[in-house]
Design a protein. Structure first.
Ligand code: GAR
Length: 210
């Protein structure tokens, strides 16, 4: 059974969506570990409530980004994962870390990448007067929020939206598309070659599957 390690920093709702998809039998995979860099994150309790092995590796206990990433890598690798899933893991990763999980690490980002890399994506989309916004699952490469897209979901922006209402609409889609991408990967259908994502050998366009 393919082994997944999920990294979280916050509420863990995407971790829950993936755990639920596995539990429901829609894909065969095992969550070998949930690792969180913030001891107070609400997602830790959600993991424990679901009997997922959850642990904390607090980045504040490390003097440099390199030291933290080395420790994190060691902890992840104890679980020999086939796939590393970043699910609201709010850390910039060192190049060594990213290279180590080349082709086997996915991230979810709350925008229609390549638009709105970085933080405060919902507010920035509103400020720009976008009438569409969304979310992207992509392979992680050294370029921050820049690896090849796998799947995107688009949502409308309505008059009267604020960042919170838009985020809520986007998150509903996150919980649908992340389990789909993980399922493709654990079934061996989703791969990365060069800087291109492929599904069953077919090139996924730069916009991701929509
Ligand atoms: C999600 O909305 C995800 O898109 C975002 O963090 C949230 C985590 O929610 N990720 C990023 O902003 C990555 N830069 P969750 O902890 O409830 O899954």
């Amino acid at each position: 059974v393919p082994r997944i390690v999920i990294l979280i920093s916050g509420s863990g709702s995407n971790m829950v969506a993936i755990a639920d998809a596995i539990k429901s039998g829609s894909m065969e995979a095992e969550i070998a570990a949930v690792i969180c860099n913030r001891p107070e994150a609400a997602g830790l309790q959600k993991a424990r409530d679901r009997d997922l092995p959850a642990s904390v590796l607090d980045h504040k206990e490390f003097s440099s980004r390199e030291d933290f990433d080395r420790a994190l890598m060691a902890e992840i690798d104890e679980h020999a994962p086939d796939l590393v899933v970043l699910a609201g893991f709010m850390r910039i990763l060192t190049p060594d870390f990213v290279a180590h999980y080349h082709g086997r690490m996915l991230n979810i980002h709350p925008s229609l990448l390549p638009k709105y890399q970085g933080l405060h994506t919902h507010q920035r989309a509103l400020d720009d007067g976008e009438n569409e916004h969304g979310v992207t699952v992509h392979f992680v490469t050294e370029e921050l929020d820049g690896g090849p897209n796998v799947i995107q979901a688009v949502v409308p922006v309505y008059d009267g939206d604020d960042a919170a209402s838009l985020q809520a609409r986007v998150q509903i889609q996150e919980h649908i598309i992340y389990p789909i991408a993980v399922k493709w990967f654990v079934e061996g259908r989703l791969t990365m070659a060069g800087n291109t994502a492929r599904l069953d050998g077919n090139v996924i366009p730069a916009t991701g599957l929509q």
